[in-house]
Design a protein around this ligand. Sequence first.
Ligand SMILES: NC(=O)c1ccc[n+]([C@@H]2O[C@H](COP(=O)([O-])OP(=O)(O)OC[C@H]3O[C@@H](n4cnc5c(N)ncnc54)[C@H](OP(=O)(O)O)[C@@H]3O)[C@@H](O)[C@H]2O)c1
Length: 494
Amino acid sequence: MATLNSIAQSLKNKSILITGCTGFLAKIFVEKILRVQPQVTRLYLLVRASDAKSAKHRLDKQVISKELFRVLKDMHGDGFDSFLSEKIRAIAGDMAMEDLGIQEFHLKEEIMKEVDIIANVAATTTFDERYDIALDINALGADRVMAFAHRCHKLQMFLHVSTAYVCGSKSGAMLEKPIRMGETPNGQNNLDIEAELRLVKKELKELQARGVEKTEETAAMKELGLKRARSFGWPNSYAFTKAMGEMLIGESKRDMPLVIIRPTIIEATLADPFPGWIEGFRTAGSIIMSYGKGRLKCFPGNVNLPLDVIPADMVVNAMVVSMVAHSRQSASFIYHVGTSKQNPVRTSIIADCAYRYFSRSPLKGKDGKAISVRKPFLYTSMDDFKKYMNFYYNMPLQGLRLANLALFNIYGRLYADLTRKYNFIMYLAELYEPYVFFDGSFDDSNAEGLRMAMKAGGVEEAGLFDFDPKCINWEEYCMKVYYPGLVRYVMMQK
Ligand SMILES: NC(=O)c1ccc[n+]([C@@H]2O[C@H](COP(=O)([O-])OP(=O)(O)OC[C@H]3O[C@@H](n4cnc5c(N)ncnc54)[C@H](OP(=O)(O)O)[C@@H]3O)[C@@H](O)[C@H]2O)c1
């Protein structure tokens, strides 16, 4: 590991190509770099768009205008716009295409000549994504970025953001180890990515030959992804294809310095640039907000198991520190960035805090009245949760359906509304089952080593790049940071 003298200083005069910056995590990464090292040469931000103008428009609207950039804006005052126009460049592209879909020859040449670091953060993060799309972006797309990296003249680091759940549906301690090509969580080790690609092609051809509607094609492709993932021991097409992405880049990296960051469930920032910033309903957030809105009276989740949630700024800090630490080292380094090993938080604490928070600060319903919440009940298994939902919701719903039929549809709207809510809760529960009932912990010995190296190196800005989960006070985080953040930035979209 390179000595960690000064992390921010190492970013001076560097050019970085970043994918996925219209998304949640990469925006925080972009903001952090610009704030801690204003003398970074340039950030090339790959944005899915057809041309430079629309890429710039997306960047302005979906990234720079976010409240996340408030602190940076205040730092630069009137010079903010000129600072940004000098430091960042929106690049129209698409990871689903060769050369990342960058059309302009001169721009592509410039990037290949200039970039020192590539941070591949982009992914399709929908858990039950269509198999063809998830394969194309999370697996092949990651490999396309690696192919691009090989053509960059002076690249020092390829940073790839994966997920801790590439381990699949297993229990026990998950290690920060590479996944070998073809390795599967069920131990069969018989995954053949080429065969999966052929299967997808064949299924698509058959569906198209049958002339099915797009919605039916999508449903079939989602189903195929889930089926294939589960057959090898992954919970969904997202984790499955992210694992394939790791396998592919692991094979094609050759002597490229590679860091793979595997975060667990990323939620609101703990401190940086300010506490509570979050975007979009994510795994734990959607369950919590459904509870606050009174749609969910109980939580699927085992009281005794930790829910591995990590604040987004800690993930970003780990990304920055690891890419600086391993620049120019032609090896692979894998880091779990989570909390279950160092400072686990039990699901019961998350649920209990949600009860206290929404009792004190209730959300308002459409009628303007406060939504009252009851102490949530935690179901220790998915079967128990399904039984509860069936008894208290589905059976009365079926009664309502019959009454509605007998009474000439007078309860039609009510029945449709309640059915929609019931289906939504069941959808959430099924989707998040592998995460809320995950019976394992993520060993983070490598990450701990990196933290120790940072401290031993006497890095002045250690606080600025802290990613030690031991410092999280979970009650305080839930009550004062995370839940208020969900309400302010996700629900009210501030
Ligand atoms: N959020 C979590 O809890 C979590 C946990 C563990 C790991 N991770 C990993 O962290 C990374 C970032 O996650 P996130 O939560 O920030 O995801 P996100 O909000 O869903 O953002 C995904 C980003 O990827 C981009 N993208 C998707 N397909 C693309 C393509 N074909 N070409 C170019 N860009 C494309 C999206 O662009 P568009 O705006 O054009 O769609 C978006 O900018 C991902 O690699 C994810 O697997 C996330």
